[in-house]
Design a protein around this ligand. Structure first.
Ligand code: SF4
Length: 338
């Protein structure tokens, strides 16, 4: 039997498995607030992918096509703003983001077109799916193991030197936590990852753990794609934030905006250099085995917060859209009131 899970679902379960049940099993939609950074990233991602699809390979070409595409998407985009001026300001910031992308990452478009010329396959999103297969034990231990495909999506793959690089547009890098500031697995990253799963530790880092799980899935899927297409080279995974307003400089008098973009290559944060040196495979068994453990619990329907309840109650419940219908949260509130 084969099942499928999205990496977003797995990441939700890392912050709270009950939340995963509400969102991904019961399909309960959280309230949308109408101002969603993810929506803006989607508009920008579609605009950039349109330029790559059109064959643009330099700064001017990417910027011209992406800006045109953004204009038509923006015309149909409905979002609640206080005023026309605020809506115009948002569009100015989005256009500044496209300009920053085209100027700071021209190698991406050129590398995508080089790759596209080599393969008879579109490695272009948005929502290009890459998957990793995970074997998990069933609740009934006598039954065969279940094979689960964990799916991640990226926006495009490009050639950089000998490497194949998968790029995903994200709102910000803030959810990466410590990963943003460390360049390798050994040391703080490894310690935080292991501590997150240690019931004797208070460490609770679903963002860091989820990003390492996502890196594992993307790299495995990219390696499969590389082999299927007869390509060679190391595989890498890069996140590129398109809605990080801390990087925005606005001139309110002139009505202009400047944007800075900072990409984060997650590959070396995930690769365990010791096992890599022995096997020359880009993998990390510590991360991969914990991924299989989390996926197994979800497949078996184990959604109770369990020994992570204290951390979840402190860090996740206060901002959770499902609190009103959540048995753990309601029971805790009643106990507190009593
Ligand atoms: S209220 Fe708390 S325990 Fe309930 S689903 Fe949300 S985060 Fe999880």
């Amino acid at each position: 039997m084969t099942e499928r899970l999205s990496i977003e679902g797995v990441q939700t379960a890392l912050s709270c498995p009950r939340k995963y049940e509400f969102a991904h099993v019961d399909g309960l939609e959280p309230d949308a607030d109408g101002h969603d950074a993810a929506t803006h990233v989607d508009l920008l991602g579609r605009s950039i992918c349109a330029a790559l699809w059109r064959g643009e390979s330099d700064t001017d070409g990417v910027l011209e096509v992406a800006t045109d595409r953004l204009a038509s998407l923006w015309a149909d985009h409905d979002e609640r703003y206080h005023s026309l001026a605020q809506r115009e300001h948002e569009r100015t910031v989005l256009e500044a983001t496209l300009r920053a992308y085209a100027e700071e990452f021209p190698s991406h478009a050129a590398g995508y077109q080089r790759l596209a010329a080599d393969v008879d396959s579109d490695l272009l999103g948005p929502d290009l799916r890459l998957s990793r297969s995970v074997s998990v034990e069933n609740a009934d231990e006598s039954a065969d193991e279940t094979s689960v495909h964990v799916d991640a999506t990226v926006d495009y793959v490009f050639r950089e030197g000998p490497s194949l690089v998968a790029v995903k547009f994200v709102p910000t890098l803030s959810s990466l936590g410590l990963l943003r500031y460390r360049s390798e697995w050994s040391g703080d990253v490894e310690t935080q990852f292991r501590d997150h799963f240690d019931s004797d530790s208070d460490t609770f880092e679903p963002g860091l753990v989820g990003a390492l799980f996502e890196t594992s899935v993307v790299l495995a899927g990219l390696r499969d794609t590389r082999d299927r297409l007869g390509l060679e080279g190391r595989c890498r995974y890069v996140q590129l934030p398109l809605a990080d307003r801390s990087q925005t400089a606005v001139n309110w008098i002139r009505g202009t905006a400047e944007m800075g973009l900072e990409a984060c290559d997650l590959t070396d944060r995930y690769v365990d250099e010791i096992s890599y040196a022995m096997s020359h495979e880009h993998r990390n068994e510590t991360v991969d085995s914990q991924l299989a453990g989390v996926v197994g619990r979800l497949i078996r329907g184990e959604y109770a917060p369990g020994d992570r309840w204290t951390q979840i109650a402190d860090a996740v419940c206060p901002r959770c859209d499902y609190a009103v219908c959540c048995p753990e949260y309601v029971a805790d509130e009643v106990r507190f009131d009593g």
